[in-house]
Design a protein around this ligand. Sequence first.
Ligand code: SF4
Length: 71
Amino acid sequence: MTRSPAHGPGPGLCGSCRHVRRVRSGKGSTFFLCRRAATDPRFRKYPPIPVLSCVGWEPDDEPAPTTGEDA
Ligand code: SF4
């Protein structure tokens, strides 16, 4: 399953990955779309949830890139 209903399992690694995009369906379900799948065939567009291991995971808490405005 790729859905994560309100009381179902969490998304695992996808929940903290910078490459994920949450997609809300018209019925209120949340899907986790892996944006890496667009350019890398190793990844599934909608990976089975929860993802417990993934070579593509990168934290989504990277600092924002600097703009150079303060230089
Ligand atoms: S790279 Fe892995 S952890 Fe990140 S969104 Fe894709 S499947 Fe999930």
